[in-house]
Write a protein that binds this ligand. Structure first.
Ligand code: SAM
Length: 357
């Protein structure tokens, strides 16, 4: 049993292997090694950094960076000055250098607030933004962006930035419904949640509108992504008391689901295993598939409808020639306090029947 068991991870993993829930584990992929163990094989953060920097087929970060660097300034006229930028899910040093910093340079920024679960990336953000924008105060925050509870009243014209298609990789709800229905539920809830916290502000996201199966599968079926997902199993073994997990008994497999407009990040079992926790025993067999995460590829019309449904407004879309990625600027509008009643929900957290205390 690990010294500090990650109970939420354990519950989420038990939900996956007992098929109560799927496509809800993306947040665990970007992991830090244990600083006390130089040989730790939990290295999600560096595998992701590797993917962003060196996998040619993975076009998303390259196209996003090109778009922000050449066209990012086009959003400035739509924003009040100055803005406080909340960078939700900052990612690796490459993402910070190629996207966050060029974006910050194209705006009038009063304060920069990087928010991520991963310590490595926050340290990178503080160092790199500090070097490149010496006068902008940095107020980093190691937190789940769904639970982000800063006093937003103190913010000046908040602008939430979510790069890397983060908003299209939200953890899906359990229960019935198609993948897309579950995604649109959580997408709407996320917008509602942040709009409520901010009161009034803007959201800037990048969206991948590419639905070409061959290029999508080529983009995700790369060695670093395989390593990123495999590191997740090492994290389960390190941070939970789940017994019987064979960390080498899985293979990552991206699957394009045309009807649901998403790449389902799946693992296939290559060696049968019996997973045990307390009284629970879960048998998983060779060729069983489990969906860890999903990346949705919606059209502008679909995203725009979702913004509209949640009382937000798509202000402008910025595109670059030949790029499959687009930048969407969304205005988050204040609602009357009466219509707010009963809308506070907990984001991304679902109690499991196997919850340990
Ligand atoms: C797909 S990467 C994108 C990184 C970066 N924005 C980019 O453009 O490359 C997802 C990032 O979001 C972070 N992340 C995922 N879920 C999160 C959550 N619930 N709260 C805070 N950070 C989260 C991960 O640690 C990682 O840095």
């Amino acid at each position: 049993m690990p010294r500090n068991e990650d109970k939420q991870l354990l519950n989420d993993v038990l939900d996956l292997f007992s098929r109560r829930r799927s496509c809800h584990l993306g947040q665990y992929l970007y992991s830090d090694p244990d600083p006390a163990n130089p040989a730790d094989s939990v290295r999600g953060a560096s595998h992701w950094a590797q993917m962003v920097a060196h996998e040619d087929a993975y076009y998303v970060p390259r196209e996003e960076a090109a778009l922000i660097q050449s066209h990012g300034h086009q959003i400035r006229p739509f924003l009040p000055d100055p803005v406080d930028v909340l960078d939700f899910g900052i990612g690796s040093d490459v993402a910070i250098l190629s996207k966050s910093i060029p974006l910050l340079k194209s705006l009038d920024v009063r304060r920069y607030i990087p928010v991520d679960l991963c310590r490595t990336y926050l340290d990178d953000a503080r160092r790199l933004v500090g070097e490149h924008l010496k006068t902008v105060p940095i107020d980093e925050c190691q937190a789940d962006y769904f639970d982000f509870k800063r006093p937003f009243e103190a913010l000046s014209n908040p602008l939430i930035f979510m790069g890397g298609g983060n908003l299209y990789n939200l953890p899906l709800d359990p229960g019935a419904g198609s993948l897309k229905e579950k995604f649109t539920n959580v997408f709407s809830r996320a917008l509602e949640h942040w709009r409520k916290m901010i009161g009034k502000g803007h959201l800037l996201i990048t969206a991948d509108e590419n639905c070409d199966k061959a290029s999508l599968l080529a983009a995700y079926d790369v060695a670093s992504n395989q390593a990123l997902v495999m590191s997740f199993f090492h994290r389960i073994r390190r941070d939970t008391s789940l017994q019987g997990l064979d960390t080498d008994g899985f293979r990552y497999l991206p699957i394009w689901n045309q009807d649901q407009a998403c790449v389902v990040h799946t693992v296939m079992v290559t060696r049968p295993q019996i997973l045990r926790h307390g009284e629970v025993a879960l048998e998983i067999n060779e060729d069983d598939h489990f969906a860890i995460d999903a990346s949705f590829k919606l059209s502008e019309d679909e995203s725009s409808a979702l913004f509209h449904q949640t009382g937000n407004r798509l202000v402008t879309v910025v595109r670059g020639q030949g790029l499959r990625l687009a930048l969407y600027l969304v205005e988050m509008r204040e609602r009357s306090s009466q219509s707010e009643e009963g809308t506070v929900r907990q984001m991304g957290r679902y109690p499991s029947p196997l919850q340990t205390t």
